[in-house]
Design a protein around this ligand. Sequence first.
Ligand code: IPM
Ligand code: MG
Length: 361
Amino acid sequence: MNARILILAGDGVGPEVTQATKRVLEHVAQKFSHSFTFSEGLIGGCAIDATGSALPEATVKAAETADAVLLGAVGGPKWDDPKAKTRPEDGLLAIRKALKLYANLRPVKVYPELAYASPLKPEIIAGVDFLVVRELTGGLYFGQPKERRTRADGGTTAVDTLEYHDYEVQRILKLAFELAASRRNIVASVDKANVLETSRLWREYATALAKDYPATTLQHVLVDTAAMRLVMSPSHFDVLVTENTFGDILTDEAAVLVGSMGLLPSASIGEVKNSKGLPLGLYEPIHGSAPDIAGKGIANPVGTILSAAMLLRHSLGLVSEADAVENAVEAALKEGARTADLTKADALSTAQMTDKILSHL
Ligand code: IPM
Ligand code: MG
């Protein structure tokens, strides 16, 4: 297969982890006789510095013609001024919107050999294997109006709008039900239906849609309860589906279970199809730019490498290749390979960790 992959390294540790992952993808191409063409583009703080925009038009064009996009991370203290007109994070939100990536998939799976690194007791995290399906292009992040107002008394009022359209709710719920079918077939729809009108709409559609999926168990879970269950009985979850802001918060909480944020991948997909007739997706680790360790060559590449596995699976349909990458990561971890986020002694560098994974591929 020929495939075009756009790499948006971004800021902080982004360049280090995407370079490591490119080596893995090159290895996969060679081993399975594919031809991957890589190109690079700007997003985030580095894009602001170079062009004044967090998402230059050239990056959008390049992404639209690629089969998939691999992203490192955006943001850093340099661009943190709350009064700044553009922020690195705007680039991420804008590319999600531009590519219509309405679904963010964040799988959370505990590796038994890393149980020591989790702040939770081993018996609580044993068997944790769930998928969060987060709505990504609606809700508070994008609802209008979103502004500051000066009141008649001279004070300031800030407004964000929580708005959801029927089609946005229906398509994300449908995707969650479909993904559940190839798992344990339990969908937890997370909402705040005791308070929010958007959540009541959400719950109504989830209940209606469940009729089309008789083999699936649907549970409605209030978001505060979900936050509690994630640390009390996380292994009970299979698929969680929720709106944008709830999903943002719950996925950081969920990331803690596995022992390090550096381990977790994500995929953002939508309706736009690539040259393979598969979803054009954006794949990124969930750890962010980690400015404290940027440039040191010690970041854990696993989250990005597993994101590349999701890329192979979802955007290129290369299932055996994706399995091979995931198995290689697992084998390297079993063998004891650890970056600094997972061990105090004998930590491997980003490049050494990548070498270990490649040796199992
Ligand atoms: C995430 C991040 C982003 C979000 C930020 C960087 C805008 O926290 O992908 O979860 O809130 O969606
Ligand atoms: Mg987040």
